[in-house]
Write a protein that binds this ligand. Sequence first.
Ligand code: MF3
Ligand code: CO
Length: 258
Amino acid sequence: MVAPKTEEAIELLRINGELTSKTLAEVGKWVAPGVTTAKLNEVAETFIRDHGAVPNFLDYDGYPSAICASVNDVVVHGFPSDKVVLQEGDIVSIDLGTLYKGYNGDSAYTFPVGEVDAETRKLLEVTKASLYKGIEQAVAGNRVGDIGHAVQSYAESFGFGVVRELEGHGIGRDMHEGPGVPNYGHQGRGPRLVEGMTICIEPMITAGDRRVYLARNGWAVHTADHKKAAHFELTVVVRKGQAEQLSTFDFIEKDLEV
Ligand code: MF3
Ligand code: CO
């Protein structure tokens, strides 16, 4: 069994979750046509360091940047670049995290760039809603498969694809801990969820076919059909009855002060 966290550890994860959430909101303010993803990386890294934390993606397995900025058909792990200029109608998935006092934050949000078409809006809405469907299942006594099943059945009911090659994970002193949290599965299967387990749930959902390939840089994951993909991620604590969120999209969506 994956060990549950102490409340002291959860408090440190909560602090990281809040800073991660605020950083996503800060980056979101800069998302607009004409902006490069390198600029978004700079905004995030400065914000994280100004708050006394470190971007935990930087140098993770050799990853070269503070954030992943994945545009349109890039599902995840897009390198920020001064050559990638956001265009009206694009979507950009921003994935980032913090390391503070030995614990990690990790969350992602897919932003529309200006006005996007109706199908793309639906993709964003359904991917985010599928994440909340997963969170509803992150309660003590359930199993990891209950989360994946909830995400998958919801996303597929709209005809979207669920990426199989990547999954959510436990989080703590390491950004990636057990258990793996797939976005597909069967009810009642997989490891038991125990109160105090801290996990990241992160559906990666495609507008078309679910199949993906790895780019030659060894990181960027693209949809095989080059249709758009969305990615939303939150960190939660498994509790009895209802999961507790350690990160939130409220700073992005409710325009709270960051
Ligand atoms: N944040 C990703 C995840 O959600 C991992 C990013 S890999 C990194 O699990 F190398 F960029 F850090
Ligand atoms: Co993650």
